[in-house]
Write a protein that binds this ligand. Structure first.
Ligand code: FES
Length: 101
C-alpha cells in the first residue's frame, strides 16, 4: 500500500465524515478528536455507501438497514451486518489528509 493524498483537512469538520473516491475502492474518512480514521465506505451487509448514513460518537450507522460500525476499529456494533469493515491507516500532514490504501 502507499499513502494517497485525499483532500485538505479543512474540508472535513470535526465529528463529520466524507467519502474519498480516489482510491481502488470508496473510503469513508472521519475526523474525531482532531485525528482522522478511514474505513471502507461500502457497508458489509449489502452494497451501500456508509457516507449516506449518520456518524455519532465514533459509530457510523448505515442508512439502508441501520447496521452500525466503529470507525476506529471497523468492528460491527449493530446488526444486520456481521462482517467488520476494512480499516486503512490515515494521517493529517501539512494540512492534508492521507490514506494508506
Ligand atoms: S446495507 Fe448497510 S445495513 Fe444493510
Amino acid at each position: 500500500m502507499a499513502w494517497t493524498k485525499a483532500f485538505p483537512s479543512a474540508d472535513l469538520p470535526e465529528g463529520e465524515m466524507k467519502q474519498f473516491a480516489g482510491a481502488a475502492e470508496p473510503i469513508l474518512i472521519c475526523k474525531l478528536g482532531g485525528k482522522v480514521h478511514a474505513v471502507q465506505d461500502t457497508c458489509t451487509h449489502d452494497t451501500w455507501s456508509l457516507a449516506d448514513g449518520f456518524l455519532e460518537d465514533g459509530i457510523v450507522e448505515c442508512s439502508l438497514h441501520f447496521a452500525k460500525f466503529c470507525v476506529r476499529t471497523g468492528q460491527v456494533k449493530a446488526l444486520p451486518a456481521c462482517d467488520a469493515l476494512k480499516v486503512f491507516p490515515a494521517k493529517i500532514e501539512n494540512d492534508f489528509i492521507y490514506i494508506d490504501c
